[in-house]
Design a protein around this ligand. Structure first.
Ligand SMILES: Nc1ncnc2c1ncn2[C@@H]1O[C@H](COP(=O)(O)OP(=O)(O)OP(=O)(O)O)[C@@H](O)[C@H]1O
Ligand SMILES: [Mg+2]
Length: 472
């Protein structure tokens, strides 16, 4: 029989191995004190297009190549005891394939002695492809004022003000809860303006790490940092046109200051460059929280706010213009009738009532999703009934309200009459409900909501994305 201690070590090793391989959003690479690879997880294999056999027990520099003058963060961590955070790196594997990562890298100490180094890597090759893909998509702005549906005085007033803003190149700040149509308004401004034939470029400031967004906005000079290529930023790409900066309040204070400078000087400098480049770009920005509150909480620089909000548009939440719900519902029913080859005629009286009494935290986007979801459930009925709506509507509550999870014993008759749902679906719905509730409490402020739910910002955003809450 094996020594119990040895068995424990083996079990622990198995746990570490599984853990490392199941962490599937970052690569993990560990080298020992002589620079040989001892840990290499599956995600790292994917990022670097290598197999474990290619690297394990091999000298790091036998496997990877770096451009002249560019060292490896992992070896620098080992030999020079340096630590890196969010360090961008470009290198090549032994098959000549270029790899781009953003790394956290640090030495491992044992009793004050360096015994190895760890690299935790995010794959930027994919992220950059995604960004490029986004930029290509950016070319075609679809929306004009004709796309904005709504007859209520509240929305009509904003539409009027927005139309006036098409005549000038002034900055416009668009404030509204998630799903209220900020992007729609921004595109309508661009398409209604003299700049309509020039580019419209939109960038979400919350979706991309700070380290990348700076280069993305202002461009980079070759060699400005490890792996930097000569590339224009979005300011240059939007030349003559419009740049929409989405969720401006999530930019770091450093970048807000840089942005302010660019707007004031009407010129930018690529990272690492000394050349000033004149820009002629109209800046539109959006926020989903009250700017005054954002300033008070240091999420928005006051001076930047004044620059961005030469014109401010406040888009009302759907619950503040309930009459528009039915116009919008009809619009979405027509849209999906067309897309799904259906002939749905409208909403039942009960659904109308449910829609009226609901407060629509996800606004127009949520309404569209509810209609699309309902039309997926319809077989040959002509009218959308409560049965086609998400669970919280069918539950006939004023706002989304799940049966409390504690009622497992089915104490009420209603509980008994209901067929029990698949646990996964139920948990899914419970999660959606709870996240929406928390978001609503915090006016859709991600950081505060995440804090209350005990999640990281990223985890919350991931879950919102998965549940289709307030994402694009
Ligand atoms: N008044 C409206 N008329 C027609 N469609 C609308 C209207 N408002 C919003 N929509 C639709 O709702 C969806 C969400 O709109 P949009 O992306 O502009 O919202 P947003 O305010 O930018 O949201 P977020 O803050 O989450 O980015 C889009 O599909 C858009 O076409
Ligand atoms: Mg938006």
């Amino acid at each position: 029989m094996e020594h119990p201690k040895l068995e424990q070590v083996k079990t622990l090793n198995k746990i570490y191995e599984t853990l490392l391989n199941k962490i599937d959003d970052v690569g993990v690479h560990v080298i020992n004190d002589v620079g040989k690879t001892i840990i290499y997880n599956e995600k790292m294999m994917e990022i670097e297009s290598l197999s474990r056999e290619d690297v394990i027990n091999k000298d790091f520099l036998d496997v990877f190549m770096f451009e002249d003058g560019q060292g490896s963060t992992l070896l620098e961590a080992l030999h020079e005891e340096k630590e890196f955070r969010n360090q961008k790196q470009t290198y090549f594997n032994n098959k000549g394939k270029e790899i781009k990562t953003i790394n956290h890298t640090f030495p491992i100490y044992d009793n004050g002695r360096v015994i190895g180094a760890i690299e935790i890597a995010k794959d930027v090759t994919k992220l950059e492809q995604l960004i490029r893909h986004n930029m290509q998509r950016r070319g075609n702005t679809r929306f004009t004022f004709d796309s904005i549906i709504g007859n209520s005085p509240a929305i009509q007033e904003v539409i009027e003000n927005t139309k006036r803003a098409t005549r000038t190149p002034s900055s416009v700040l668009i404030v509204g809860e998630t799903g209220t149509g900020k992007e729609l308004f921004a595109q309508s401004i661009h398409n209604g303006s003299e700049r309509s034939s020039a580019p419209f470029i939109s960038q979400n400031c919350a979706a991309i790490p700070d380290t990348l967004i700076e280069g993305l906005l202002f461009g980079t000079k070759k060699g400005a940092f490890t792996g930097a290529t000569e590339r224009p930023g979005l300011f240059e790409e939007a030349e003559g046109g419009t740049l929409l900066l989405d969720e401006i309040n999530s930019l770091s204070p450093m970048l807000q200051a840089k942005l302010l400078r660019a707007i004031q000087e009407k010129s930018i400098r690529r990272i690492g460059d000394t050349v000033e480049r004149k820009i002629n770009v109209r800046i539109l920005s959006t926020m989903n929280e009250d700017p005054i509150e954002a300033i008070a909480n240091n999420r928005l620089r006051k001076d930047l706010y004044y620059r961005l909000s030469v014109v401010s548009l406040f888009i009302p939440a759907l619950r503040e213009r309930k009459d528009d719900i039915f116009l919008l519902a009809d619009h979405f029913i027509s849209k999906y009738n067309h897309l799904f080859h259906m002939e749905v005629k409208g909403l039942s009286a009960e659904v109308i009532h449910l829609f009226q009494s609901y407060d629509w935290p996800g606004n127009v986007r949520e309404l569209e999703h509810v209609i699309e979801g309902a039309m997926n459930l319809i077989v040959d009925e002509e009218i959308i009934e409560p049965i086609h709506l998400p669970y919280h509507f069918r539950n006939k509550s004023q706002s989304p309200h799940l049966n409390p999870v504690v009622s497992v014993h089915g104490s009420s008759t209603e509980d008994k009459a209901q067929t029990l749902r698949n646990l996964k679906d139920y948990l899914h719905e419970a999660e959606e409900f709870y996240i929406k509730k928390a978001l609503h409490r915090h006016d859709y402020h991600i950081t505060n909501t995440a804090k209350e739910l005990g999640l990281s910002r990223q985890t919350l955003q991931y879950r919102m994305k998965r549940l289709n809450i307030g994402t694009k």
